[in-house]
Design a protein around this ligand. Structure first.
Ligand code: PLP
Length: 453
């Protein structure tokens, strides 16, 4: 593939406030299936589904048509005044996919907004239940919940937090379990990870801060961008649930990245048999066709709002329940079912895992592969005497080779920084899985340059 790409005009003429103002971006002019094409006709295999959002691949006509039809019917009706048929229908379908007890769905636009709403709902729930002091949210160092200041305060992405410290809210944090396949390093003292008692640490934080001050605990069931597909031990989430029950803490599980089949289940909590009080979602609900997110709320919270707050959740966004976004969500949910997408995740996820494990056994730069379904990842390791490469730079090279992965640097103490997340559209087929792994292997070979000491 040619390395020349049609790019954005660059800083001199560009009026776009890009993520990086100094960088030139290839112009995406067309997308179909698992590929994005730039202006020069270069094809990029979208091995990260954008930001793990384009879960159904590109160019699904049914979703486009549903959005167009809704836009000409009712493009916008304020949810303070109206319900639209597509609102009720989409909420019902999402509730049916969720664990029992989580029956009511609140909509927003992005994942950060959904988590902000969840944290506010937890506070209102306690206030209305006669526990006004419960206001703090406990987050985890190894979780990401969004870039708004509230979500950033609860999240643990130190890289994103540093420039904005002190945080808006002084939320306490605990550590999150590492995957058994990772280097056995405890986040605090460098000791073996398996000897670190995460639940005991959580209890200590509750004791230090005071349960009467804690409204919620927020975590990802399987950590996505922050550490690259880290799966906790099977018992962990259940133990968290017990602590939350014991101390009247609302358990919010952030499934913005994992929801709607990404890990081989509709929601990642199903791997652990745990029912949260609130699940937040985003990204995959529309497959990236429109910005839609939200929270699925347990009856025990909804009942309190009904009974004690005249039914009013004191929160709202202009674009909550936007009909065109809901039409995209509704059509995407139909597509998931009609095309047996969940089954494809299990089959192709297993195939991809096998190929990656095999590659890892031959590639010293790859740490052990981890994850579930089509949310897989590995650490990018340094090899003595060979060139060091960041995951971001690695991904740039992979793009030159024709695939886009999801680079990250997750570890809070800098012990282990670079990882690569592999999260292609959930509709990907065997042939593209194999091409994706070939491109990964080629890129690993390309970077394997000797350095003179
Ligand atoms: N929560 C998780 C787990 C995420 O992965 C993300 C985004 O990557 C967010 C929240 C924030 O979502 P958004 O960027 O749509 O605000």
């Amino acid at each position: 593939m040619s390395t020349a790409a049609t790019t954005s005009p660059g800083p001199a003429r560009d009026h776009v406030f890009h993520r990086n103002l100094l960088k030139k971006y290839p112009l995406a002019v067309r997308a179909a299936g698992v590929y994005i094409f730039d202006g020069d006709g270069n094809a990029y295999l979208d091995a990260s589904s954008g930001a793990v959002a384009a879960n159904l691949g590109h160019g699904v006509q049914e979703i486009v048509d549903a959005m167009a039809a809704q836009a000409s019917q009712v493009a916008f009706a304020h949810t303070l005044r109206f319900e639209t048929p597509v609102l009720a229908q989409t909420a019902r379908r999402i509730a049916h996919l969720s664990p029992d007890g989580l029956e009511t769905v609140y909509f927003a636009s992005g994942g950060s907004e959904a988590n902000e709403a969840a944290m506010k709902l937890a506070r209102q729930f306690h206030l209305d239940s006669g526990r006004p002091g419960k206001h703090l949210v406990i987050g985890r160092w190894q979780s990401y919940h969004g870039n708004t200041l509230g979500a950033l305060s609860a999240g643990g992405d130190v890289g994103r937090r540093t420039s904005f410290s002190p945080m808006l809210a002084p939320y306490p944090h605990v550590s999150a379990p590492q995957n058994e396949s990772l280097q056995p390093v405890c986040p605090h003292d460098g000791g073996p990870d398996e000897q670190f008692d995460y639940i005991a640490e959580f209890e200590q934080v509750i004791a230090r801060v005071g349960a009467e001050n804690i409204s919620a605990f927020i975590c990802e069931a399987i950590v996505g961008s922050q550490q690259g597909a880290v799966v906790p031990p099977t018992k962990y989430l259940g133990q968290v649930r017990e602590l939350c029950d014991r101390f009247d803490i609302v358990l919010i599980v952030d499934e913005v990245m994992t929801g709607f089949g990404r890990t081989g289940k509709n929601f990642a909590v199903e791997h652990f048999g745990v029912t949260p009080d609130i699940i937040t979602f985003g990204k995959g609900v529309t497959g990236g066709y429109a910005p839609l997110s939200g929270m699925i709320v347990h009856d025990r919270i909804v009942d309190i709002i009904r009974e004690r707050s005249d039914g009013v959740f004191r929160h709202g966004y202009t674009y909550s329940g936007h009909p065109v976004c809901l039409a995209a969500g509704n059509a995407a949910l139909t597509y998931y079912t009609d095309n047996a997408v969940l089954e494809n995740v299990v089959t192709q996820g297993r195939h991809l895992r096998g190929l990656l494990d095999d590659l890892q056994s031959r590639q010293p730069r790859m740490g052990p592969v981890r994850g579930r379904g089509l949310l897989l990842g590995f650490d990018l390791l340094d090899v003595p005497g060979r060139r060091h490469i960041t995951s971001e730079a690695f991904n740039e090279m992979a793009m030159q080779n024709g695939a886009i992965f999801y680079p990250g640097k997750g570890r809070i103490d800098g012990i282990r920084g670079q990882h690569l997340l592999i999260a292609p559209p959930l509709t990907i087929q065997r042939v593209d899985i194999e091409l994706m792994v070939d491109i990964l292997e080629k890129t690993l070979t390309d970077v394997d340059v000797e350095v003179s000491s």
